[in-house]
Design a protein. Sequence first.
Length: 154
Amino acid sequence: MRPPGAQSGFSQLCNGCGACARACPEALIIRHEIRQEGPAGGSTPVVDFSKAACTFCGACAAACETGALRSEAVSDWPWRAVITDSCLSLNGISCRSCEDACAPRAIRFRLMTGGRAAPELDTAQCTGCGACAATCPAGAVAFERPAPVAEGSG
Ligand code: SF4
Ligand code: SF4
Ligand code: SF4
């Protein structure tokens, strides 16, 4: 997943300078090593929700001088959370961490047999902020794009 505001043709526009990563107050932009991609031929930025969530503050896009990230596109973040089968609650271990972390209340739990509870995610409410992923002890939250978007956003 590219940082918010990523443009079509991101790989060609990004020069790997790292300004976006340094600007992020949540420190969630990391370098992803991709050989032969981008003018720099080295690493390009991706978001990592394993430790922090995005606030969509736009600091990353504001810091980008190449046009690879654009401030006006930050609100077009295309990713939405999905919960995978490794979810603890789904497997009978008590956990509601993601529900507690989700500000828009996009996650609810449906009781099942055997002490299990299935997380159900309302994609319409989800902002794709990553707070659920950052708090999940099982690494059970993934992200997908519900609707097709232009190349370069991920
Ligand atoms: S929008 Fe803000 S919090 Fe999100 S990745 Fe960019 S700088 Fe970090
Ligand atoms: S935080 Fe992770 S393990 Fe816990 S209920 Fe949510 S998805 Fe499942
Ligand atoms: S990505 Fe954010 S809004 Fe979406 S379910 Fe997770 S915590 Fe809630």
